[in-house]
Ligand binder design. Structure first.
Ligand code: PMP
Length: 354
């Protein structure tokens, strides 16, 4: 730390992203990326857009927003695009929460929420999830607090039915409810249609997982026109060119290739169920997942040891150190072949540690 760091930044604890090794020697099951490449038309669209990189990108992201509108059954005025959904979440926290409207979110959830709250000086309350990491919707029937729920949740994979999201949104129209749907395409049900009914509901989504564009950095927020205008106030006070033109073109092309991505999602869901069953047979507790990852605890080896043993054998999974999750690992679901390698390696580790 230098002597120049401002007082407000001195106490920040930054988010720690999952490892991104430079070498290609690892089987990467640690950051919930898609094992499938973007579709050929997406690669072509991005390459085409590269020809015009001398020009700034469209700050309105209009053609992409029009495609989003057609895909999600909303108007272009109901959507804002961002540099990953992380950026959209940051904007939404800044726009809709402050000392007068603190944040509430589960104690086991996406690690960026407390970081975004701290960097914006927003107080927050973490509500404990149940013994099986379940979220109790009644805990969020609170007035005057901005609610944030990842649905499905991460790193647990657990999903709340839409009627519960509706109950939370309806409870207090005076405050915003932010639903983070980063993983919704792997078997969840989106709250997007509820944004037409609830003016306080803000839904975020991403192209990083189901649409194979993690490196492109593309996310979005969907809500009534007024909430989108508020987020745009923050966005235009920060960086109007937040989505670069190659990524905008790639995103638009991805929306035209829904069939390719839907098929990939179906394969991931099948592989998830297959892997969960096999892990259970190996003595693991597997939390029910509607995502592209599994949150698992072994009855034979602690979480950190398993993470280290897998890493020694060139498989990366995600291990979190907080007391409630330290005995678990989060494993991204990849191709069937990748899952067979994982299962075989886990089998060997358990055998060796006996
Ligand atoms: N929400 C959740 C729950 C996530 O796990 C992630 C991915 N780390 C994000 C949002 C952000 O994803 P991205 O910025 O790539 O859209």
């Amino acid at each position: 730390m230098s002597e120049y760091l401002s007082k407000s930044c001195k106490n920040l604890t930054p988010y720690v992203p999952g490892e991104q090794p430079r070498e290609r020697k690892y089987l990467k099951l640690n950051t919930n990326e898609s094992p499938f490449p973007p579709s050929p038309s997406v690669i072509e669209a991005a390459a085409d857009a590269a020809r015009n990189l001398n020009l700034y990108s469209d700050p309105e992201c209009l053609s992409l927003r029009e495609k989003m509108a057609a895909r999600y059954g909303i108007g272009p005025e109901n959507v804002v695009m961002g540099n990953g959904s992380d950026e959209i979440l940051y904007f939404a926290f800044k726009a809709f929460a402050d000392a007068d409207r603190p944040l509430v979110f589960p104690d086991v959830t996406y690690g960026f929420y407390p970081v975004f709250a701290d960097v914006n000086g927003i107080p927050y309350e973490e509500i404990p999830v149940g013994p099986d990491f379940e979220i109790d919707p009644d805990d969020y029937l609170v007035k005057g607090k901005t609610v944030v729920i990842a649905n499905p949740n991460a790193p647990t994979g657990r999903f709340l039915p839409l009627c519960e999201i509706e109950r939370i949104a309806a409870f207090d129209p005076e405050r915003v409810v932010i639903i983070d749907e980063a993983y919704v395409d792997f078997g969840g049900e989106s709250a997007v249609r509820l944004t037409k009914k609830y003016k306080n509901l803000f839904v975020t989504g991403t192209f990083s997982k189901s649409r194979s564009l993690a490196g492109g950095r593309l996310g979005f927020g969907i809500a009534c026109k007024e909430l989108i205008e508020d987020v745009n106030t923050v966005r235009f006070s920060f960086n109007p060119y937040n989505v670069n033109s190659m990524t905008a073109a790639a995103g638009a092309a991805a929306l035209s290739d829904d069939g390719y991505y839907a098929k990939n999602c179906r394969m991931i869901m099948e592989n998830r169920e297959y892997t969960a069953e096999k892990l259970e047979k190996l003595g693991f507790r597997v939390i029910p997942s509607k995502t592209n990852f599994l949150f698992v605890e072994s009855n034979a080896v602690d979480g950190l040891t398993l993470y280290r043993e897998l890493k020694k054998r060139k498989i990366l999974v995600r291990h979190f150190t907080s007391p409630r999750t330290a005995n678990f690992n989060r494993i991204t679901v990849g191709t069937l072949r990748q899952m067979e390698i994982l299962l075989e390696t886990v089998r060997k580790i358990l055998e060796e540690l006996k």
